[in-house]
Design a protein around this ligand. Sequence first.
Ligand code: NAD
Ligand code: NA
Length: 399
Amino acid sequence: MIIQPRTRGFICLTAHPDGALQAVKNQIEYVKSKGKIKNGPKKVLVIGASTGFGLSSRIAAAFGSDAATIGVFFEKPASEGKMGTAGWYNSAAFEKEAHAAGLCAKSINGDAFSDDIKKQTIDLIKKDLGQVDLVVYSLASPRRTHPKTGVAYASVLKPIGQPFTNKTVDFHTGVVSDITINPVENDEDIANTIAVMGGEDWKFWIEDLKAAGVLAEGVKTVAYSYIGPELTFPIYRNGTIGQAKNDLEATVPVLNELLKDLHGVSYVSVNKALVTQSSSAIPVVPLYISLLYKVMKAKGTHEGTIEQMQRLFADRLYTENGDVALDSEGRIRIDDWEMAEDVQAEVAKYWDKVTTETLAEISDIDGYRKEFFNLFGFELEGVDYEKDTDENVKVPSIE
Ligand code: NAD
Ligand code: NA
C-alpha cells in the first residue's frame, strides 16, 4: 500500500516501514562513523527497545560494540489492512541489519511490566546468551498493570500544588498560545504516576534476572531520567512525572545493594530533551525543544537519540580506565550540553520573545516537525513514498 502520515494531535496513526528502515540505517551509519566502543557491552538486554532512547541504545550496543541484543517492547504488527506501529517497523529494520552484519538480535513483543514477559525474556537469555552484561531500562508508558496485585495504574502529567501557566505550541499549525494546567487534586495521581514511571518495575526486572542467574559478573544496568530548565519544572521535574523520576533515581542504591555480590552497578543517566513519541505528549516541552534545537544547532552541539546513546556508552559507561563520571547526586549527565549556561541563557531569552509570529524565525519548529514525522518513518531522504510498500513486514525473530 501507499502509506501517508495521518495525525491526531501529537499522535501519528500511521508508520512507514521503508522510512523506518532508512532511519535505522542512518543511526547505524552514525555509530559506525564513531568507531568501536572500547571495552563496550557484549550481551545486552534492552527493555523498551523499539523507539527513542531504547532503540538508539540497542543500535549503539550492537553496531558500536558488536553486542548480541535482546529487545523487549510493546508494539503492533500490521493486521487486516491496518499498518504496524513505528516501533514494530524499527525493530524489523534493526534485526534485518543486525543479522546481515552477523550479530545476534532477538526480540520479545509484549507487556514488559508483566511477570510473563519477564519469564519469557529470561528463558530467551538462557537459551541464546547465557547471561547479559548490560540491562538498559528505557520504558515510557502512560499505564502499568501491577504484576503482583493486578491493579491498573494510569500516569498523569500535572503540576503539584498550584496551576501552571506558560506558553505552548501546536507544532502542526505553529500556533503559540498560553496553556494553564491544573495541579493534581489528590496524592493518588502522584502515587499512580510513580507506580507507572518510577523504579519499581526496574527493580522487579533486576530481581528476577538475578534470581534466574542470567546477570553476568560485573553487570551494569542503566535507566533514563530528565531534569531540564526551570521553565519546565512545574510540569516536569517538580510535577507528577518528576516525582516518578525521583523514585527511579532512588532505586539506584537499592539495585547497587542487590548487585553487590556480582560486582554489578546501576546508573541513572539524565538525557537531553528530544523529540520522541513520549516527549511530544507533554505540554510546554515541545516549544522548549524547538528553541533548544535552534540554539544547539547554531552552536554545533545538537544531538539526537543516537548521538546521545553513542556518547553515553563511549564517554560515560565504558571509558578506557573504567571510571564513570557522576554528578553530586550520583547520576550520569549527558544532558550536559543542553544544560550549558550559554545554551540555557539563549533559550530563556528566546522564550520571552516567542509568539506565533516569531516562531518560524527564532525557533527550529521545522526541525521539530520533521523529527516528529521521522519517528514514524516519514520525510526521510532517500525513501520513495510514492512506491507501493509492503506493510506486513515481520520482525525476523518473532513468529
Ligand atoms: P519512547 O516512547 O520513544 O520509547 C518507549 C519504549 O517503551 C518503546 O520501545 C515502547 O515499545 C516501550 N514500552 C512502552 N510500554 C511498554 C510495555 N508495557 N511493555 C514493553 N514495552 C513498552 O520514549 P523515550 O522518550 O525514548 O523514553 C525512554 C526513557 O527516556 C523514559 O524513561 C523517558 O522518561 C526518558 N527520557 C526521555 C527524554 C525525552 O526528551 N524524550 C529525555 C530524557 C529522558
Ligand atoms: Na525507548
